[in-house]
Design a protein around this ligand. Structure first.
Ligand SMILES: Nc1ncnc2c1ncn2[C@@H]1O[C@H](COP(=O)(O)OP(=O)(O)O)[C@@H](O)[C@H]1O
Ligand SMILES: [Mg+2]
Length: 363
């Protein structure tokens, strides 16, 4: 059976299979579509289970984990949408050429609760509601995931949601919020779900597919990374001015030029910098290696997924302390390989970490 999930709400209790379903959805997108033919935005306020996709070239911006950044991104998305609405009227051919945007928000209730709480935040709520209402017609697809959603926690009107996937729910009322029917409270879990969409009458029982994280990584490595060149993002503004994006070009032409280095060499240099400093920030990468915010952010995210700096949580600091306190604590062997491939000895790495540690303690 072919199912259409162009605008789904995915809900259920912990362990029901939401993240697995999101993995399958993402996998089917990045596997079949070229970057640029679809633009991905991932906002993950949950337990970082979407990190496996942090490196896919379809992402317009690195995975967003900060709620205020998420809000900024949605404001941008709304501007893109308004441009498209205008285009639809004035230049239909150009509209038809616009690529679809898929925006995934994991732990949607936590996000909407956060950005709409407090005085004067009514407008933020409207940003989300407007995108939900008009996005689909303008090739902007929202995928919302929620753990045990309630009417109060989800806040928005679900009238515009065209597909609903309910995994095992904690209680009847959670099932009703997702499906407008009870029933999902008695599912058995492990990817079994009830599905409702405009194409079908009533509830459909489906079994979701499952792909182990290890296999996702392997498939991405073999079929997705490197298979495509980087594309110009549609949504790129994340609290930085336009001029910040030009740094790359302006800073070229010096000797020992970062532009002459491969991405692997640069990554090795940035990791060594982080070790020596005992910390890393986006600004430091920008300054030391003459690159723009977005590019620096990509390296930062990479270094984060390699386990060298902690994942950004909520409103965390700009500077993140490095995690390993000795060579043995570098858990990802690719890091050692990368550094030794780039002519650093184990002794160099060990010394750099020690230097960083004393910097941390000196603060
Ligand atoms: N479709 C599926 N088939 C088989 N096992 C599944 C499936 N979906 C989930 N599981 C199992 O259940 C576990 C929890 O699923 P997960 O997607 O992490 O739940 P949630 O995100 O809703 O908390 C997974 O680690 C996996 O072992
Ligand atoms: Mg999950």
């Amino acid at each position: 059976m072919q199912i259409s999930v162009d605008y789904p709400l995915i809900g259920g209790t912990t362990g029901g299979g939401k993240s697995t379903a999101l993995h399958s959805l993402l996998m089917s997108i990045v596997y079949k579509q070229k970057p640029g033919d679809v633009h991905l935005l991932i906002l993950d306020f949950g337990s970082s289970e979407l990190d496996v996709f942090a490196e896919v070239p379809h992402l317009d911006v690195p995975i967003v984990t900060d709620m205020q950044m998420g809000l900024e991104l949605l404001k941008q998305l709304k501007m893109v949408m308004e441009r498209r609405i205008n285009l639809y009227v004035t230049n239909r051919t150009a509209f038809d050429d616009e690529a679809p945007i898929v925006c995934i928000i994991d732990e949607f209730p936590a996000f909407i609760g956060n950005i709409t709480s407090g005085k004067g935040n009514r407008r933020n709520y409207e940003v989300v509601q407007d995108i939900l209402q008009l996005g689909r017609k303008n090739k902007i697809h929202m995928i919302l995931a929620a753990q045990d959603p309630t009417k109060e926690s989800i806040k928005i009107s679900t009238a515009n949601i065209t597909a609903r996937m309910a995994f095992r729910c904690a209680a009847k009322h959670n099932s009703r919020v997702i499906l407008e029917h009870s029933g999902a409270e008695s599912l058995t879990g492990l990817g079994s779900m009830y599905f409702v969409s405009r194409q079908h009458v009533g509830l459909k029982y489906l079994q979701g597919s499952y792909m182990h994280e290890k296999d996702i990584k392997k498939t991405l490595r073999e079929l997705v990374y490197g298979a495509y060149t980087e594309v110009e993002p549609i949504v790129k503004h994340l609290g930085v001015s336009e001029s910040d994006f030009d740094i790359d070009i302006e800073a070229s032409g010096t000797s020992n030029d970062p532009e002459d280095m491969t991405d692997d060499q640069l990554l090795a240099e940035i990791i060594m910098l982080a070790f020596r400093q005992g910390e890393l920030s986006n600004n430091q990468i920008q300054n030391e290696f003459s690159m723009g915010y977005n590019r620096a952010k990509r390296f930062e995210t990479k270094i984060e997924t390699l386990g060298i700096i902690p994942r950004r949580k909520g409103q965390s600091k700009r500077h993140r302390k490095t995690i390993p306190t000795c060579l043995e604590q570098i858990t990802n062997q690719n890091v050692i390989k990368l550094l030794t491939d780039n002519n650093y000895t184990l002794q160099d790495i060990s010394n750099a970490i020690r230097e960083g540690l004393s910097n941390q303690q000196g603060q």
